[in-house]
Design a protein around this ligand. Structure first.
Ligand SMILES: *Cc1c(COP(=O)(O)O)cnc(C)c1O
Length: 376
Protein backbone atom coordinates (compact mmCIF):
# COMPACT_ATOMS: atom_id res chain seq x y z
CA UNK A 1 0.00 0.00 0.00
CA UNK A 2 1.38 3.39 -0.95
CA UNK A 3 1.77 6.17 1.60
CA UNK A 4 -1.26 8.50 1.85
CA UNK A 5 -1.10 11.20 -0.75
CA UNK A 6 1.29 9.29 -3.01
CA UNK A 7 0.33 9.35 -6.66
CA UNK A 8 0.92 6.33 -8.87
CA UNK A 9 1.04 6.87 -12.64
CA UNK A 10 -1.26 4.24 -14.12
CA UNK A 11 -1.61 4.07 -17.90
CA UNK A 12 -4.81 2.88 -19.55
CA UNK A 13 -2.94 0.06 -21.31
CA UNK A 14 0.76 -0.86 -21.38
CA UNK A 15 1.76 -2.86 -24.43
CA UNK A 16 5.44 -2.44 -23.63
CA UNK A 17 5.17 -4.23 -20.29
CA UNK A 18 3.71 -7.28 -22.02
CA UNK A 19 6.44 -7.30 -24.67
CA UNK A 20 9.13 -7.07 -22.00
CA UNK A 21 7.65 -10.12 -20.25
CA UNK A 22 7.99 -12.35 -23.36
CA UNK A 23 10.73 -10.58 -25.31
CA UNK A 24 13.01 -13.57 -26.06
CA UNK A 25 10.12 -15.66 -27.44
CA UNK A 26 8.79 -12.81 -29.59
CA UNK A 27 12.18 -11.80 -30.93
CA UNK A 28 12.96 -15.42 -31.90
CA UNK A 29 9.58 -15.79 -33.65
CA UNK A 30 10.11 -12.61 -35.67
CA UNK A 31 13.64 -13.69 -36.65
CA UNK A 32 12.33 -17.08 -37.82
CA UNK A 33 9.74 -15.52 -40.14
CA UNK A 34 12.30 -13.18 -41.66
CA UNK A 35 14.88 -15.90 -42.18
CA UNK A 36 12.23 -18.06 -43.89
CA UNK A 37 10.85 -15.02 -45.82
CA UNK A 38 7.35 -16.41 -45.11
CA UNK A 39 5.78 -12.98 -45.19
CA UNK A 40 2.20 -13.46 -46.43
CA UNK A 41 0.17 -16.59 -45.64
CA UNK A 42 2.53 -19.61 -45.46
CA UNK A 43 3.53 -21.96 -42.61
CA UNK A 44 3.45 -19.45 -39.73
CA UNK A 45 -0.08 -18.41 -40.67
CA UNK A 46 -1.19 -22.03 -40.99
CA UNK A 47 0.29 -22.89 -37.57
CA UNK A 48 -1.51 -19.98 -35.91
CA UNK A 49 -4.81 -20.74 -37.67
CA UNK A 50 -4.68 -24.34 -36.45
CA UNK A 51 -3.81 -23.32 -32.89
CA UNK A 52 -6.50 -20.62 -32.75
CA UNK A 53 -9.22 -22.90 -34.18
CA UNK A 54 -8.33 -25.42 -31.48
CA UNK A 55 -8.41 -22.70 -28.81
CA UNK A 56 -11.90 -21.64 -29.99
CA UNK A 57 -12.96 -25.33 -30.17
CA UNK A 58 -14.12 -25.04 -33.79
CA UNK A 59 -12.92 -26.79 -36.93
CA UNK A 60 -11.58 -23.90 -39.01
CA UNK A 61 -9.83 -20.56 -38.69
CA UNK A 62 -9.13 -18.19 -41.57
CA UNK A 63 -6.61 -15.44 -40.85
CA UNK A 64 -7.40 -12.07 -42.44
CA UNK A 65 -6.00 -8.55 -42.39
CA UNK A 66 -8.09 -7.14 -39.49
CA UNK A 67 -11.27 -7.66 -37.48
CA UNK A 68 -13.41 -5.36 -39.61
CA UNK A 69 -12.57 -7.42 -42.69
CA UNK A 70 -13.32 -10.62 -40.76
CA UNK A 71 -16.89 -9.35 -40.16
CA UNK A 72 -17.33 -8.14 -43.74
CA UNK A 73 -15.95 -11.39 -45.21
CA UNK A 74 -18.13 -13.47 -42.86
CA UNK A 75 -21.25 -11.63 -44.03
CA UNK A 76 -20.30 -12.01 -47.70
CA UNK A 77 -19.55 -15.70 -47.17
CA UNK A 78 -23.04 -16.18 -45.74
CA UNK A 79 -24.57 -14.49 -48.79
CA UNK A 80 -25.47 -11.18 -47.17
CA UNK A 81 -25.57 -8.33 -49.67
CA UNK A 82 -27.57 -5.42 -51.08
CA UNK A 83 -31.25 -5.45 -50.15
CA UNK A 84 -30.60 -7.39 -46.94
CA UNK A 85 -30.86 -6.16 -43.37
CA UNK A 86 -28.49 -7.15 -40.58
CA UNK A 87 -29.38 -6.61 -36.94
CA UNK A 88 -26.75 -5.50 -34.47
CA UNK A 89 -26.39 -3.61 -31.21
CA UNK A 90 -26.47 0.15 -30.63
CA UNK A 91 -23.41 0.05 -28.35
CA UNK A 92 -20.25 -1.13 -30.11
CA UNK A 93 -17.19 0.08 -31.95
CA UNK A 94 -18.11 1.47 -35.38
CA UNK A 95 -16.42 -1.44 -37.18
CA UNK A 96 -19.42 -3.67 -36.42
CA UNK A 97 -21.92 -1.58 -38.36
CA UNK A 98 -19.31 -0.50 -40.92
CA UNK A 99 -18.81 -4.15 -41.93
CA UNK A 100 -22.55 -4.52 -42.54
CA UNK A 101 -22.49 -1.54 -44.88
CA UNK A 102 -19.29 -2.83 -46.56
CA UNK A 103 -21.25 -5.98 -47.44
CA UNK A 104 -23.88 -3.72 -49.03
CA UNK A 105 -26.59 -4.45 -46.44
CA UNK A 106 -28.62 -2.13 -44.21
CA UNK A 107 -27.80 -1.91 -40.52
CA UNK A 108 -30.67 -2.26 -38.04
CA UNK A 109 -29.80 -1.33 -34.46
CA UNK A 110 -31.19 -2.81 -31.25
CA UNK A 111 -30.94 -1.19 -27.80
CA UNK A 112 -28.80 -2.60 -25.00
CA UNK A 113 -29.54 -4.42 -21.79
CA UNK A 114 -28.49 -1.93 -19.08
CA UNK A 115 -27.03 -4.72 -16.91
CA UNK A 116 -24.52 -6.09 -19.43
CA UNK A 117 -24.45 -3.18 -21.93
CA UNK A 118 -24.78 -5.89 -24.64
CA UNK A 119 -27.68 -6.37 -27.07
CA UNK A 120 -31.09 -6.56 -25.34
CA UNK A 121 -32.37 -9.95 -26.48
CA UNK A 122 -35.95 -8.90 -25.64
CA UNK A 123 -35.81 -6.19 -28.31
CA UNK A 124 -34.48 -8.19 -31.26
CA UNK A 125 -37.59 -9.88 -32.57
CA UNK A 126 -39.49 -6.62 -33.13
CA UNK A 127 -36.70 -5.58 -35.54
CA UNK A 128 -36.91 -8.70 -37.72
CA UNK A 129 -38.44 -8.12 -41.19
CA UNK A 130 -38.66 -10.29 -44.33
CA UNK A 131 -35.34 -8.71 -45.39
CA UNK A 132 -33.41 -9.64 -42.24
CA UNK A 133 -30.64 -12.09 -43.01
CA UNK A 134 -28.34 -12.11 -40.01
CA UNK A 135 -27.74 -10.96 -36.44
CA UNK A 136 -24.36 -9.75 -35.19
CA UNK A 137 -24.22 -10.00 -31.40
CA UNK A 138 -21.16 -8.19 -30.03
CA UNK A 139 -19.41 -9.62 -26.96
CA UNK A 140 -18.52 -6.11 -25.90
CA UNK A 141 -15.87 -5.42 -23.26
CA UNK A 142 -15.32 -9.22 -23.13
CA UNK A 143 -18.82 -9.89 -21.72
CA UNK A 144 -20.49 -12.73 -23.65
CA UNK A 145 -23.76 -11.71 -25.31
CA UNK A 146 -26.80 -13.76 -24.28
CA UNK A 147 -26.39 -16.36 -27.03
CA UNK A 148 -29.13 -18.88 -26.14
CA UNK A 149 -32.10 -16.59 -26.93
CA UNK A 150 -30.23 -15.13 -29.93
CA UNK A 151 -29.65 -18.59 -31.43
CA UNK A 152 -33.29 -19.52 -30.73
CA UNK A 153 -34.51 -16.43 -32.60
CA UNK A 154 -32.12 -17.11 -35.48
CA UNK A 155 -33.40 -20.67 -35.71
CA UNK A 156 -37.04 -19.55 -35.61
CA UNK A 157 -36.61 -16.92 -38.33
CA UNK A 158 -33.96 -18.66 -40.48
CA UNK A 159 -31.24 -16.09 -39.78
CA UNK A 160 -27.47 -16.44 -39.63
CA UNK A 161 -25.51 -15.46 -36.53
CA UNK A 162 -22.10 -13.79 -36.87
CA UNK A 163 -20.40 -13.20 -33.53
CA UNK A 164 -18.28 -10.08 -33.06
CA UNK A 165 -15.69 -11.38 -30.60
CA UNK A 166 -13.12 -8.65 -31.28
CA UNK A 167 -13.02 -7.93 -27.53
CA UNK A 168 -13.72 -11.43 -26.23
CA UNK A 169 -10.93 -13.95 -26.98
CA UNK A 170 -11.41 -16.83 -24.58
CA UNK A 171 -14.89 -15.90 -23.34
CA UNK A 172 -17.23 -18.75 -22.39
CA UNK A 173 -21.02 -18.88 -22.39
CA UNK A 174 -22.57 -21.66 -20.28
CA UNK A 175 -19.25 -23.49 -20.35
CA UNK A 176 -18.75 -23.28 -24.11
CA UNK A 177 -16.37 -21.07 -26.10
CA UNK A 178 -18.53 -18.35 -27.68
CA UNK A 179 -17.29 -19.34 -31.15
CA UNK A 180 -19.21 -22.61 -30.85
CA UNK A 181 -22.50 -20.68 -30.63
CA UNK A 182 -22.52 -18.71 -33.91
CA UNK A 183 -22.28 -19.66 -37.58
CA UNK A 184 -19.09 -17.63 -37.91
CA UNK A 185 -17.25 -15.73 -35.17
CA UNK A 186 -14.90 -12.84 -35.91
CA UNK A 187 -11.83 -11.74 -34.01
CA UNK A 188 -9.60 -8.70 -34.13
CA UNK A 189 -5.94 -8.91 -33.14
CA UNK A 190 -5.43 -5.14 -33.10
CA UNK A 191 -2.50 -4.53 -30.70
CA UNK A 192 -4.64 -3.44 -27.75
CA UNK A 193 -7.07 -6.38 -27.90
CA UNK A 194 -6.83 -9.28 -25.40
CA UNK A 195 -4.83 -11.20 -28.00
CA UNK A 196 -3.01 -8.49 -29.92
CA UNK A 197 -0.60 -8.58 -32.84
CA UNK A 198 2.11 -5.97 -33.55
CA UNK A 199 0.05 -4.39 -36.31
CA UNK A 200 -3.39 -5.05 -37.81
CA UNK A 201 -4.63 -8.64 -37.94
CA UNK A 202 -7.88 -10.58 -37.64
CA UNK A 203 -9.52 -13.96 -38.15
CA UNK A 204 -12.85 -15.64 -38.56
CA UNK A 205 -13.59 -19.10 -37.17
CA UNK A 206 -16.34 -21.58 -38.01
CA UNK A 207 -17.19 -25.26 -37.82
CA UNK A 208 -18.40 -25.21 -41.43
CA UNK A 209 -15.68 -26.33 -43.88
CA UNK A 210 -17.45 -24.86 -46.93
CA UNK A 211 -17.77 -21.42 -45.37
CA UNK A 212 -14.14 -21.56 -44.27
CA UNK A 213 -12.88 -22.33 -47.76
CA UNK A 214 -15.23 -19.79 -49.38
CA UNK A 215 -14.01 -17.10 -46.96
CA UNK A 216 -10.38 -18.06 -47.59
CA UNK A 217 -10.89 -17.82 -51.34
CA UNK A 218 -12.71 -14.47 -51.13
CA UNK A 219 -10.04 -13.02 -48.84
CA UNK A 220 -7.32 -13.99 -51.31
CA UNK A 221 -8.56 -12.34 -54.53
CA UNK A 222 -11.17 -15.04 -55.13
CA UNK A 223 -8.47 -17.39 -56.23
CA UNK A 224 -8.52 -21.20 -56.22
CA UNK A 225 -4.83 -21.53 -57.09
CA UNK A 226 -2.25 -19.08 -58.35
CA UNK A 227 -3.73 -17.00 -61.22
CA UNK A 228 -7.02 -18.97 -61.29
CA UNK A 229 -9.77 -16.72 -59.95
CA UNK A 230 -13.35 -17.98 -59.67
CA UNK A 231 -14.61 -14.58 -58.60
CA UNK A 232 -13.38 -11.14 -57.64
CA UNK A 233 -12.52 -11.11 -53.98
CA UNK A 234 -10.43 -8.80 -51.85
CA UNK A 235 -6.85 -8.76 -50.56
CA UNK A 236 -7.25 -9.44 -46.85
CA UNK A 237 -4.62 -11.91 -45.65
CA UNK A 238 -2.84 -12.49 -42.38
CA UNK A 239 0.89 -11.93 -42.62
CA UNK A 240 3.58 -14.24 -41.32
CA UNK A 241 5.10 -11.86 -38.78
CA UNK A 242 1.74 -11.19 -37.13
CA UNK A 243 0.87 -14.90 -37.15
CA UNK A 244 4.16 -15.89 -35.53
CA UNK A 245 3.73 -13.22 -32.85
CA UNK A 246 0.14 -14.32 -32.26
CA UNK A 247 1.22 -17.97 -31.90
CA UNK A 248 3.64 -16.98 -29.14
CA UNK A 249 1.06 -14.81 -27.39
CA UNK A 250 -1.71 -17.41 -27.67
CA UNK A 251 0.33 -19.64 -25.37
CA UNK A 252 0.11 -16.95 -22.67
CA UNK A 253 -3.49 -15.90 -23.25
CA UNK A 254 -5.11 -18.04 -20.56
CA UNK A 255 -2.76 -16.67 -17.91
CA UNK A 256 -3.34 -13.09 -19.07
CA UNK A 257 -7.10 -13.66 -19.07
CA UNK A 258 -6.98 -14.94 -15.50
CA UNK A 259 -5.00 -11.83 -14.49
CA UNK A 260 -7.65 -9.61 -16.14
CA UNK A 261 -10.34 -11.50 -14.26
CA UNK A 262 -8.43 -11.12 -10.99
CA UNK A 263 -8.17 -7.38 -11.65
CA UNK A 264 -11.92 -7.25 -12.32
CA UNK A 265 -12.54 -9.02 -9.03
CA UNK A 266 -10.33 -6.54 -7.15
CA UNK A 267 -12.15 -3.64 -8.81
CA UNK A 268 -15.53 -5.14 -7.91
CA UNK A 269 -14.54 -5.58 -4.27
CA UNK A 270 -13.12 -2.09 -4.04
CA UNK A 271 -15.86 -0.19 -5.87
CA UNK A 272 -19.11 -2.03 -5.16
CA UNK A 273 -21.51 -0.03 -3.00
CA UNK A 274 -19.86 3.37 -3.43
CA UNK A 275 -22.48 4.70 -5.88
CA UNK A 276 -20.53 3.86 -9.03
CA UNK A 277 -22.07 1.01 -11.05
CA UNK A 278 -19.90 -2.03 -11.71
CA UNK A 279 -20.16 -4.33 -14.77
CA UNK A 280 -22.93 -6.94 -14.61
CA UNK A 281 -22.22 -10.47 -15.79
CA UNK A 282 -24.81 -12.99 -17.01
CA UNK A 283 -25.05 -16.22 -15.00
CA UNK A 284 -22.67 -18.99 -16.01
CA UNK A 285 -20.32 -17.03 -18.24
CA UNK A 286 -16.59 -16.41 -18.26
CA UNK A 287 -16.15 -12.71 -19.10
CA UNK A 288 -12.63 -11.82 -20.24
CA UNK A 289 -12.61 -8.10 -19.38
CA UNK A 290 -11.13 -6.46 -22.42
CA UNK A 291 -12.37 -3.31 -20.68
CA UNK A 292 -13.59 -2.63 -17.15
CA UNK A 293 -16.48 -0.22 -17.67
CA UNK A 294 -18.16 1.41 -14.68
CA UNK A 295 -21.22 3.68 -14.72
CA UNK A 296 -21.19 7.06 -13.05
CA UNK A 297 -24.70 8.44 -12.60
CA UNK A 298 -25.90 12.00 -12.12
CA UNK A 299 -23.64 13.70 -14.62
CA UNK A 300 -20.61 13.17 -12.38
CA UNK A 301 -18.54 11.21 -14.90
CA UNK A 302 -16.37 14.14 -15.93
CA UNK A 303 -15.67 14.97 -12.28
CA UNK A 304 -14.59 11.40 -11.54
CA UNK A 305 -12.48 11.30 -14.69
CA UNK A 306 -10.77 14.54 -13.59
CA UNK A 307 -10.18 13.22 -10.07
CA UNK A 308 -8.61 10.05 -11.47
CA UNK A 309 -6.47 12.08 -13.83
CA UNK A 310 -5.29 14.31 -10.99
CA UNK A 311 -4.27 11.11 -9.18
CA UNK A 312 -2.32 9.80 -12.17
CA UNK A 313 -4.95 7.34 -13.47
CA UNK A 314 -5.74 7.28 -17.20
CA UNK A 315 -9.28 6.38 -18.25
CA UNK A 316 -11.28 6.08 -21.48
CA UNK A 317 -14.88 6.13 -22.71
CA UNK A 318 -16.09 3.23 -24.85
CA UNK A 319 -17.98 4.71 -26.54
CA UNK A 320 -18.95 8.37 -26.04
CA UNK A 321 -21.56 8.29 -28.82
CA UNK A 322 -23.74 5.21 -29.38
CA UNK A 323 -23.64 4.01 -32.99
CA UNK A 324 -27.10 5.24 -34.12
CA UNK A 325 -26.17 8.78 -33.07
CA UNK A 326 -22.86 8.99 -34.93
CA UNK A 327 -22.79 11.44 -37.82
CA UNK A 328 -22.13 8.42 -40.05
CA UNK A 329 -25.69 7.20 -39.30
CA UNK A 330 -27.45 10.55 -39.23
CA UNK A 331 -29.25 9.53 -42.43
CA UNK A 332 -31.12 6.88 -40.42
CA UNK A 333 -32.77 9.70 -38.49
CA UNK A 334 -32.69 8.07 -35.05
CA UNK A 335 -33.91 9.95 -31.97
CA UNK A 336 -32.78 9.60 -28.34
CA UNK A 337 -35.83 7.58 -27.44
CA UNK A 338 -35.17 4.96 -30.12
CA UNK A 339 -32.37 3.48 -28.00
CA UNK A 340 -32.88 5.00 -24.55
CA UNK A 341 -30.58 2.59 -22.67
CA UNK A 342 -27.69 3.00 -25.11
CA UNK A 343 -28.20 6.75 -25.11
CA UNK A 344 -28.19 6.96 -21.30
CA UNK A 345 -25.22 4.60 -20.95
CA UNK A 346 -23.06 6.60 -23.35
CA UNK A 347 -23.26 9.55 -20.97
CA UNK A 348 -22.35 7.52 -17.86
CA UNK A 349 -19.77 4.89 -18.82
CA UNK A 350 -16.13 5.17 -17.86
CA UNK A 351 -13.41 2.62 -18.66
CA UNK A 352 -10.79 2.08 -15.93
CA UNK A 353 -7.26 0.82 -16.68
CA UNK A 354 -7.40 -2.90 -17.51
CA UNK A 355 -4.58 -5.12 -18.69
CA UNK A 356 -2.95 -8.31 -17.44
CA UNK A 357 0.23 -6.66 -16.17
CA UNK A 358 -1.51 -4.29 -13.73
CA UNK A 359 -0.31 -5.07 -10.21
CA UNK A 360 -2.67 -5.70 -7.32
CA UNK A 361 -1.39 -2.50 -5.73
CA UNK A 362 -2.24 -0.49 -8.86
CA UNK A 363 -5.75 -1.92 -9.11
CA UNK A 364 -6.43 -1.27 -5.41
CA UNK A 365 -5.15 2.28 -5.81
CA UNK A 366 -7.50 2.96 -8.74
CA UNK A 367 -10.44 1.37 -6.89
CA UNK A 368 -9.73 3.41 -3.76
CA UNK A 369 -9.54 6.59 -5.79
CA UNK A 370 -12.89 5.81 -7.41
CA UNK A 371 -14.45 4.95 -4.04
CA UNK A 372 -13.06 8.13 -2.46
CA UNK A 373 -15.10 10.18 -4.91
CA UNK A 374 -18.18 8.84 -3.10
CA UNK A 375 -20.50 9.62 -5.96
CA UNK A 376 -24.12 9.38 -4.90
C1 LIG B 1 -11.63 -3.71 -32.62
C2 LIG B 1 -13.03 -4.06 -32.95
C3 LIG B 1 -13.43 -4.40 -34.26
C4 LIG B 1 -12.56 -4.22 -35.47
O1 LIG B 1 -11.34 -4.81 -35.44
P1 LIG B 1 -10.11 -4.17 -36.29
O2 LIG B 1 -9.10 -5.27 -36.20
O3 LIG B 1 -9.68 -2.94 -35.61
O4 LIG B 1 -10.58 -3.97 -37.68
C5 LIG B 1 -14.73 -4.82 -34.45
N1 LIG B 1 -15.61 -4.87 -33.44
C6 LIG B 1 -15.28 -4.52 -32.19
C7 LIG B 1 -16.30 -4.63 -31.11
C8 LIG B 1 -13.99 -4.10 -31.90
O5 LIG B 1 -13.67 -3.74 -30.65
Amino acid sequence: MQAPGTTLAIPFVDLKAQYESIKPEIDAAIAAVISDTAFVSGPFVKAFEDAFAQYCEVGHCVGVANGTDALFIALRTLGVGPGDEVITVANSFVATSEAIRMAGAQVVFVDINPLTLNIDVERIEEKITPRTRAIIPVHLYGQPADMAPICALAQKHGLRVVGDAAQAHGALYRGQPIARLADITCYSFYPGKNLGAYGDAGALVTDNAEWASAARMFANHGRTKKYYHDLEGVNSRLDGLQAAILSVKLRHLEQWTEQRRRNACLYRNGIEGCGVGIPGELDDVRAVYHLYVVRVPNASREALQELLKANGVSTGIHYPIALPYLNAYRHLGHAEMDFPEAFRASGEILSLPMFAELTEEQVRYVAETVASAAVV
